[in-house]
Design a protein around this ligand. Sequence first.
Ligand SMILES: [Zn+2]
Length: 402
Amino acid sequence: MIAAFVGGLIFLGDGRVLEKGTVVVEGERILRVGKGKTAIPKGAKTIPLDGRSLLPGFIDTHVHICLDASPDPVSTLAAEPAPITVLKAARSARETLMAGVTTIRDMGGKDGIDLHLRDAINRGLTPGPRMLVSRNLVCMTGGHGWPFGREADGPDEVRKAVREQVRAGADLVKLMATGGVLTPGVEPGAAQFTEEELRAGIEEAHKAGRKTATHAMGREGILNALRAGIDSVEHGVFLDDEAISLLKKRHVPVIPTLSALYNIIEKGTEGGIPAYAVEKTEAVKPHHLRSVRMAREAGVVIAMGTDAGTPFNRHGENLREAMLLVEMAGYRPEEALHAATGLAARVLGREKDLGTVEEGKLADLVVMDGNPLEDMGLLLKPEAIALVMQGGRVVKGNLDNL
Ligand SMILES: [Zn+2]
């Protein structure tokens, strides 16, 4: 079928907006993007968009589909039987897709559940976003994330741990360069893997054609990872001039995951979040916000990633991150939408197929009632997401009754 969306506000995904644009979809891909009726091929089904916006499917570059966003999700995951985790993960994937997020990158699962869910979605067994998965995160013994990670010490063992993830079918490798908030007794600012360990893991991943990402909060760990050749820095709480200049020089993006911070502080210990997590988050907040602003001003690429699955950071509320980039980090709304689409696709290395409304790309599209530039709050209203298309297939809404 050929479908032509006509007359809407088209967000191209590169920061630009086309007024009264036409987007034609044939099969799983975008056939044409233009203006007015001349762009409509003969025989196409016409879908009028008046008053609506059309955007690329959103991309969340940092989620944990195995974490359920309960007040203490790491303990919950450790205690529950795997079949329960599977069912919850499948529900989370569906809710993510219904929110207009058509692609996610999972940054640490358990028992291969993330990986098998990816395959189940690809086979059409259950609805969900396209998934790129890291499988087990790789950390030092007792390091951040150890309760569901693969612990490894010394360059050779890190190498082996990375090879295990690749052998099992991981799309990318996640390495822990510093401590973090959700593991008790671990300091966010402290370095964990050494530069040598990181270099061994990154080299091994790159040999297999996999990208690498690092959880990195403290300055020393961020620098270790950058020197070792990491492909993305997650969180990036304590950035300084040296880190910023390396990020720029090596074109390494930062994924701030402000949603994790926001939800932990918003709900606090009254919400049942462990006191150690709330205290650590409150301590890093001013540094974190300062770092995001510094990175933005220096022109470092910043993409949307939520850390969904952390306390009260619910799957399906991913687009809060775009709002927080505006509210907490001084972004313009169009910049935040760019971070959630075109820039996010580049972080994943999938910019040939995803992230922008462009001829030849996969037809991952979202139709929204209204204009998100005028009201960012629309992003979090499920009823405002009128239609979601994934690879040319309608997964939410109806082309005949939009
Ligand atoms: Zn994370």
